[in-house]
Design a protein around this ligand. Structure first.
Ligand SMILES: Cc1cc2nc3c(=O)[nH]c(=O)nc-3n(C[C@H](O)[C@H](O)[C@H](O)COP(=O)(O)O)c2cc1C
Length: 361
């Protein structure tokens, strides 16, 4: 067994980083996307998936409107707060607040390559400073009982070898972190935009599988380019969990099958109607608190992707939800458009069927 594994097992027994969350499937932290409204909507589709907040910087929590940044609905559990930062004391303060506020996990972002993030010395550029990340995780673990996890890339810039990836992970694992979420591609800190950095560097899943073989006592979650639950199933025998980002956002209906297919929950998945009907009271409550309709509905534009009425639903919301004073009726109208289109499709199919039957007689 690798020496880090022995240390990690020991630390687990001591209590540092004990991990009771089922990490089989999680939805990725996505700036501007995985906000609380989006997470509430996702939770109507899957009760089991672990949901991550967008990255929140330590600076925002320490100097900004902390209460607002940390707010979430009780229904969102299990939910992890992702932090951006590189100062151990600041991160420890924020991790403590996260625990007090009721988050189930704190995650440190070591994978985001944007310029803004690099100038603050956090995100992917931290991969060049493993000891600093180890100090940060230790500082967080020292002050809280919830798991402290790290999300990172397989390398940055000229980190070319698997051994360099190990050099990054080892000190952090020695500091007590037991969960690593690995976006299976490198990040180029110069020359590529954050979007390009999610598309251009090639995916290297075998390195992530190899991490699990080399560090069997660490929890290794694979991320990057996963498009379906059947793809999740091909990864799962080799790692402890999968994390999906863009696909879940663009086609959220995939989440409706997660509890059944991946977690083995013996309960029928919700229908789209169930989800919409459960969303209405939430939207109503948020509107009454002064939230703009568009801030919620922008996350559900892809909900009917691939079914009749999808385009009308999306168009109605895109054209109306941003208007001043837009209310729940806009969402109800969009829903009614889908229902009408589907009813028309059904009656066309029925008449075709009846026609076929009469032709056959
Ligand atoms: C719009 C957007 C915002 C993102 N913001 C974050 C972030 O705040 N923190 C983070 O660790 N990763 C962020 N990511 C990266 C995702 O968490 C994920 O690692 C990446 O999209 C690869 O997974 P996927 O192919 O399943 O989308 C973001 C991705 C997108 C598309």
């Amino acid at each position: 067994m690798h020496p880090v594994c022995i240390i990690t097992v020991f630390q687990c027994f001591l209590g540092g980083g004990i991990n009771k969350i089922n990490r089989l499937f999680s939805v990725a932290p996505m700036l501007d996307w995985s906000d609380r409204h989006c997470r509430y909507f996702w939770r109507l589709l899957t009760k089991e998936a672990l949901l991550y907040t967008e990255m929140i910087t330590t600076g925002a929590l320490i100097h900004g409107d902390r209460k607002r940044f940390l707010e979430f609905s009780p229904e969102e559990h299990p939910v992890a707060l992702q932090l951006g930062g590189s100062d151990p004391a600041d991160l420890a303060r924020c991790a403590r607040w996260a625990q007090e506020r009721g988050y189930d996990e704190v995650n440190l972002n070591c994978g985001c390559p944007s310029d803004r993030v690099q100038s603050g010395m956090f995100g992917a550029c931290l991969m060049a400073h493993p000891q600093r990340v180890a100090d940060c995780t230790k500082a967080m673990l020292d002050v809280c009982d919830i798991p402290v996890t790290v999300k990172h890339r397989i390398g940055i810039d000229d980190m070319e070898s698997y051994e360099q990836l190990i050099d990054f992970i080892e000190p952090i694992a020695q500091a007590g972190c037991t969960v690593f979420i690995v976006h299976a591609r490198k990040a180029w800190l110069q020359g590529l935009s954050p979007k390009e950095n999610r598309e251009i560097p090639p995916l290297n899943y075998p390195w992530v599988y190899r991490l699990k073989l080399d560090f069997p006592h660490l929890t290794i979650v694979i991320n990057g380019g996963i498009h379906s639950l059947s793809e999740c199933n091909t990864h799962l025998p080799r790692v402890d969990g999968v994390m999906v980002g863009r696909q879940a956002y663009q086609d959220p209906w995939m989440l409706a099958q997660v509890d059944n297919t991946l977690f083995g929950i013996d309960k029928p998945p919700p229908s789209r109607d169930d989800v919409m009907n459960a969303l209405f009271p939430y939207v109503e409550a948020q509107l009454s608190r002064g939230v703009h309709l568009n801030h919620i509905t922008r996350h559900i534009l892809g909900f009917y992707q691939g079914v009749p009425g999808a385009r009308k639903f999306r168009r109605h919301l895109s054209e109306n939800a941003h208007r001043e004073g837009a209310g729940l009726d806009v969402l109800r109208e969009a829903y009614a458009l889908v229902s009408q289109t589907q009813a028309q499709h059904r009656s066309v199919s029925t008449s075709q069927l009846t026609g076929n039957e009469s032709n056959g007689q």
